[in-house]
Write a protein that binds this ligand. Structure first.
Ligand SMILES: Cc1ncc(COP(=O)(O)O)c(C=O)c1O
Length: 393
């Protein structure tokens, strides 16, 4: 376009990308809030035919976000995905798409804290009743279902003591009853488990964790069949919690190495779990790959590997947990999980301080419980770090 004769700032705003025959190998960050059209009628047509049909406005649709959604839909074996600004935005919007005021939902008592609060504080305000079954076990969840139950919500692997949901049994039971099964697959990732294959209707993730994998982004995603995802997409654009182009790009970059990272997370976690089980200062270890784990058999059926998440209880209780936590050098002390670096958290002094001792114990969190997200560092360094820290615990 001839810019001669136009003002300085007008010319400064006319950048265009000309690639000729070339195509970018890495999906670019489409850092634009809106898109312009040579033909105004084409824009009008897109707005008329729906927000999903093309690129008009980034809250509706963005090419970088779309690329990430396509990859995750494929990895999860779903038809379509919608990505969000956080895992909680994905969970809230997915549930809002299947539930209406007056509906009933069944879920487990060991949910991620934010989800637990959504179920017990927020959904009731919207006229939705959530029943927490006595445990995450399929028979308990099914027994809690009623004729007005519309959805069942579980986590593939739960927090912090890694309970594993029997998605096979739940998928069948939900299908028989016409109940929507919504699964948070964050701790497993689509590399270890694809809940849709067991009958889940919607899979959600905190992309912040394994999918992103590097502790550098906050995002979420929901995956499912076209009809349900159409509703999720509509809600996401109207409620507005969508992921932006840069986070989508980071997530897209992260997911490329998911298999490699998960393989390393799993092998190091298995070695660490064995080391911990053999240490006299450790009263108990929870790792789905250990035969001693209560859900080991379920895990073997549901998962392709046992993840990088584990928990252990120090016999020395509260003070031992605090001493352990301040003695690690390779691992970081922090609240997140699923990234490249090993992260440890002593629940009683960091993540669960708002609960009384009795309340903590009721949800299986003892005084000396440490949660570990095993990273991808050189395995020997992680093992030696834990051995050293255990000596001081
Ligand atoms: C299992 C699980 N689901 C959902 C979330 C919420 O994700 P986000 O922090 O990305 O909103 C978390 C966060 O820790 C989580 O651990």
């Amino acid at each position: 376009m001839a810019e001669r004769g136009r003002g300085f700032t007008t010319r400064a705003m006319r950048a265009e990308t000309e690639l000729g025959e070339a195509r970018p190998v890495s999906t670019p960050i489409y850092q634009t809030a809106t898109f312009s059209f040579d033909d105004p009628e084409a824009l009008a047509e897109l707005i008329r035919t729906g927000k999903d049909a093309g690129y008009v406005y980034t809250r509706w649709h963005n090419p970088t976000r779309a690329a990430f959604e396509k990859v995750v839909a494929d990895l999860e074996g779903g038809e379509r995905a919608v990505s969000f600004s956080s895992g909680m935005a994905a969970i809230t919007t997915a549930l809002a798409s299947v539930l209406r005021s007056g509906d009933h939902l069944v879920t487990t008592p060991r949910l991620y804290g934010g989800t637990h609060s959504l179920m017990t504080n927020i959904l009731p305000r919207w006229g939705i009743e959530a029943t927490l079954a006595p445990s995450h076990r399929a028979d308990d969840l099914v027994a809690a279902m009623r004729p007005d139950t519309v959805a069942c919500y579980v986590e593939t692997i739960g927090n912090p003591t890694t309970p594993v949901s029997d998605l096979d049994a739940l998928g069948t039971a939900c299908r028989e009853r016409g109940v929507r099964l919504v699964v948070d697959n964050t701790f497993a990732s689509p590399y270890l488990c694809t809940p849709i294959a067991f009958g889940a209707d919607i899979v959600v993730h905190s992309v912040t964790k394994y999918l992103g994998g590097h502790y550098d982004l906050t995002a979420g995603i929901a995956v499912g069949p076209d009809d349900l995802m159409h509703e999720v997409r509509e809600l996401s654009t109207d409620l507005g919690g969508v992921s932006n182009a840069f986070e989508s790009w980071l997530a897209l970059r992260g997911v490329q190495t998911l298999e490699l990272r998960m393989e390393r997370h799993c092998t190091t976690a298995a070695r660490l779990a064995e080391l911990l089980e053999g240490n006299e200062k450790v009263a108990r270890v929870w790792y789905p790959g250990l035969p001693s784990h209560p859900d080991h058999e379920v895990a073997r059926r549901i998962l392709r590997g046992f993840s990088g998440m584990l928990a252990f209880e120090l016999a020395g209780g509260l003070e031992a947990g605090q001493r352990f936590q301040s003695s690690v050098e390779v691992a970081a002390v922090g609240a997140s999980l699923g990234g490249t670096r090993t992260v440890v958290t002593h629940a009683a002094s960091v993540t669960h301080t708002q609960l009384s001792r009795e309340e903590r114990q009721a949800v299986g969190i003892g005084d000396g419980l440490v949660r570990v997200s095993v990273g991808i560092e050189d395995p020997q360094d992680v093992l030696e770090d834990f051995e050293r820290a255990l000596e001081k615990a």
